[in-house]
Design a protein around this ligand. Structure first.
Ligand code: FPP
Length: 243
């Protein structure tokens, strides 16, 4: 692995917990529990490698429609993670951040989330962002509504919005765009995750189910990323002239 060419930001769609559990005749929640243990290891590995940002799709807005006991179980796991891993996050200097419609989260989860975010606010080795109750389309729709309202309030019907203005109004404000997206479990979809932010992100798909995803697999994804040529719409010659 070339340490000088590390992605600054890795985003992960952690998929396959349910199938992992079914393959072992275990309840789905057991898959999620194993999946949440993997989160800790992957976050620490990223931090050790020098990745500055890791964003995990932990719960989508669509996930609210899953069976009630699965949603409740996931919320409990999340709360457990936020309380239990708080000292480790601080020790490892990992700052927690969240993106999504968090006002929909149960109050007890929101409380622990706020506490962990507050207590890790000065940590500088890595930012771990959890996407919770997240939907990229609703994120963009919220921004559009805010813009319409502010143009109306200003009485400025000819207001033109620039891309950078919109970008700064997203939940991800201040985060670099993801360089690499990993999706586990053999699904080849983006599923309403960071649609605007991933315009030039390199996509990496693996058959491995999330509970089986480990350091070796992460390193493989980074190595594959390093072999890709990122052109951002330019030609190879143009890109080489810039570098
Ligand atoms: C997708 O697997 C995974 C989820 C919907 C939830 C992801 C949650 C975790 C990894 C655990 C909680 C997270 C933290 C940060 C503590 P799936 O259920 O869709 O799997 P399937 O497609 O095989 O059914």
């Amino acid at each position: 692995m070339d340490k000088s060419k590390l992605p600054r930001h890795i985003a992960i769609i952690m998929d396959g917990n349910g199938r992992w559990a079914r393959n072992r005749q275990l309840p789905r929640l057991e898959g999620h529990r194993r999946g949440s243990e993997v989160v800790e290891g992957i976050a620490e590995t990223c931090r050790d490698l020098g990745i500055e940002n890791l964003t995990l799709y932990a719960f989508s807005q669509e996930n609210w429609s899953r069976p009630t006991d699965e949603v409740a179980g996931l919320m409990e796991l999340l709360k457990y993670f936020l309380v239990e891993k708080r000292p480790k996050l601080i020790k490892n200097e990992i700052r927690l951040r969240v993106i999504g419609q968090i006002d929909r989260l149960p109050e007890s989860v929101l409380r622990e989330l706020t506490k962990t975010i507050y207590e890790t606010r000065h940590c500088e080795k890595m930012t771990l962002t959890l996407a919770l109750s997240y939907s990229s389309r609703s994120e963009l729709t919220e921004v559009v509504n805010l813009m319409v309202r502010s143009a109306l309030a200003e009485g400025n019907a000819s207001r033109v919005v620039r891309e950078d203005e919109l970008d700064r109004m997203l939940y991800t404000e201040g985060l670099p765009e993801p360089d690499l997206l990993i999706r586990t479990s053999g699904e080849h979809r983006i599923s309403n995750f960071l649609l605007w932010q991933m315009a030039y992100t390199e996509l990496y798909f693996t058959e491995t189910l999330w509970p089986d995803f480990g350091r070796a697999e992460l390193e493989k994804a980074i190595e594959e990323y390093q072999r890709r040529e990122r052109r951002f719409g330019l030609t190879t010659d143009q890109v080489r002239a810039i570098l």
